[in-house]
Write a protein that binds this ligand. Structure first.
Ligand code: HEM
Ligand SMILES: *[C@@H]1O[C@H](CO)[C@@H](O)[C@H](O)[C@H]1NC(C)=O
Ligand SMILES: *[C@@H]1O[C@H](CO)[C@@H](O)[C@H](O)[C@H]1NC(C)=O
Length: 538
């Protein structure tokens, strides 16, 4: 980190001289004890405190200017301003995504260049200002990627196919855990992390990626833990460990991809009937990524980073979110019982003797929807980042094209005025916060009470998945996967709280909080483990 300061200082001296002639009519500025240094320093070393400072500043102004090293950007909050950032005619997330594919995933420079060349956006209609005459439709790499997400990931049929395989794998693993004799205690986070991620990887990519790469899941989680600092894009000598962890996973993905691509009978499968799960590539999303890579001339080695990044998207948020949901249920046996009652009602028999849960029914249970939204609200923390494509006016200030804006989810999600109700402040979990009671009369004229899911709050108050064309493509699957896992666990097991443990395994006198290491990495995992006792339900 000292090395970083040494890097930054000369730049700062240069920029400080440029900065003197500051423009009038600028939004209030996030204070700095050392100009150009304090903010970037805090951003990199104590991001949670940095975001807290941003929150405080945003209470007095909906827009705040901030200097992060050489970069100037603007923090934005509020229902008039955040939704504007999601308009794809005015703002883009391309530079942010390029940063991630380059640094977090390690896309090859030759492939990053394909994204840089294409400024036509990810919508069907090329962006108006784009140099569209020079970009043939076949080179619209952003659009092709999004089309693939639309066709293979976001829709209800894609979600159903992946969910069915997910359940099969998850239940197989659960059976093994339950069969282990004399084992009635579990570390909840460890259990969910290992079992959920393994089943999700098998459902998305097929089991070979794990089976042919010893230590694959361990290598993945090591990389995942180091991926947030990777995103800074520090030179390799400052982040050797992170880059090594990333390259290990990348090489494993490449090795698997080579075999899968060799074995798979591409010519036999038509793209438009490609909805099935098969063991070589797994889901249609996985085959779609392969097809997309081929059509944009990615080398076999270049496909490694593509799958590596998708593994992060697949696991790094659903695992902590599911863990938080389970922790809340276990802390509150009445709530757990209520959830069990609701989910058993939704159990359906599918086919012969196997009992599978219907993800559409599970994800429409009002209480579960509310708990899921509440968990996202409390534990998702990310600076949604956009760059203006045209001159824009935000909160009364004018900015040129190319200005960078951030919308911090935490500021909106923890706003007391929007979310607080008497007895249930915005900072606390409340399972019923996003429900309302509706009273109806049945045919006999008797009064019946129903819970309904209702996410209150104005636009721009809740955006755990971002928004606009860049909005999370995996959100429907994520919700189904988390709630299916919860439903399986509560319907098969009776689970009781034993104790909280610190990372070193010693008892903790407080419950889990968000692990601050993960601030700004989307969902924060718990910083404490929960030891539980389980029994199978008859
Ligand atoms: C609770 C779980 C999840 C949360 C909170 C979450 C959140 C996000 C956020 C904040 C973004 C950036 C959106 C923006 O810039 O507006 C994003 C993008 C994305 N997510 Fe998720 N995500 C979750 C689960 C998943 C899962 C399970 C998958 C895959 C199966 C996935 C795939 C993606 C992809 C592919 C993108 C990039 C979309 C693009 O091309 O711009 N996500 N997610
Ligand atoms: C994806 O689907 C959405 C919703 O149907 C649609 O608005 C969008 O244009 C589609 N995007 C692409 C790239 O096909
Ligand atoms: C499932 O969780 C248990 C308990 O943490 C662990 O022992 C087991 O290895 C996990 N299974 C898989 C497939 O990772």
């Amino acid at each position: 980190m000292i090395a970083l300061l040494i890097l930054v200082i000369p730049l700062v001296v240069f920029l400080a001289s440029v900065h003197r002639q500051s423009t009038p009519n600028q939004p209030p500025r996030l204070g700095e004890t050392i100009p150009f240094i304090s903010n970037v320093w805090q951003f990199m070393t104590a991001k949670n405190r940095f975001i807290m400072r941003v929150s405080m500043a945003l209470r007095t102004s909906p827009i705040v200017q901030c200097q992060l090293g050489p970069l100037k950007s603007y923090f934005v909050t509020g229902s008039e301003h955040v939704p504007m950032l999601f308009k794809s005619t005015m703002f883009t997330s391309d530079p942010w995504v390029i940063h991630i594919i380059k640094h977090t995933a390690g896309y090859f420079p030759v492939d990053v260049a394909k994204f840089l060349r294409d400024d036509s956006g990810s919508s069907r209609q090329p962006r108006v200002r784009s140099t569209k005459d020079t970009i043939p439709a076949s080179e619209r790499i952003w659009y092709a990627l999004h089309q693939n997400y639309n066709a293979t990931l976001s829709g209800p049929q894609s979600v159903k196919t992946v969910c069915t395989s997910y359940q099969t794998f998850f239940e197989q693993q659960l059976t093994t855990v339950l069969a282990a004799k004399g084992n009635s205690e579990l570390l909840l986070f460890d259990f969910i992390k290992k079992n959920m991620s393994r089943a999700a990887v098998c459902a998305m990519f097929g089991p070979d990626i794990i089976d042919t790469n010893p230590g694959f899941m361990e290598a993945f989680w090591k990389y995942e833990g180091l991926s947030e600092p990777l995103t800074f894009g520090l030179p390799s000598w400052l982040n050797r460990e992170g880059i090594e962890a990333r390259n290990t996973v990348r090489d494993m993905c490449t090795r698997w991809y080579k075999c899968a691509n060799y074995e798979f009978a591409w010519e036999r499968l038509e793209a438009d009937q490609d909805t099935i799960w098969e063991p070589i590539f797994g889901s249609s999303l996985s085959r779609g990524l392969a097809r997309w890579g081929k059509s944009f001339d990615f080398s076999t080695e270049g496909m490694g980073p593509v799958y590596t990044l998708f593994l992060i998207a697949l696991n790094s948020n659903t695992v902590p979110i599911c863990t938080w949901v389970m922790m809340e249920l276990i802390k509150d046996p009445d709530l757990l019982q209520a959830v069990r009652r609701e989910t058993t009602r939704s159990t359906v028999l599918s086919g012969a003797s196997t009992q599978t849960l219907d993800e559409q029914k599970i994800t429409s249970i009002p209480l579960l929807q509310s708990i899921y939204a509440e968990t996202l609200r409390l534990h998702v923390g990310i600076l949604i980042t956009r760059t203006s494509l045209v001159p824009v006016t935000v909160a009364g200030y004018s900015f040129p094209a190319g200005t960078v804006f951030h919308a911090p989810t935490q500021v909106a999600h923890l706003d007391e005025i929007t979310w607080g109700v008497p007895g249930h402040p915005a900072s606390e979990f409340w399972a019923y916060r996003h429900t309302q009671e509706r009273i109806t009369k049945n045919e006999k004229g008797e009064v019946e009470k129903h819970l309904e899911f209702s996410l209150k709050g104005p636009p721009g108050a809740f955006f755990p998945y971002g928004g606009g064309t860049a909005m999370c493509a995996g959100r429907n699957f994520a919700k189904a996967e988390v709630l299916l896992t919860v439903a399986i666990l509560v319907s098969k097991l009776d689970i009781k709280f034993l104790e909280w443990l610190k990372p070193d395994g010693s008892p903790s006198d407080r419950p889990a909080w968000d692990d601050t290491w993960y601030t700004n990495a989307v969902a924060a995992p718990p910083d404490r483990e929960m030891k539980v006792q389980w029994e199978t339900l008859a």
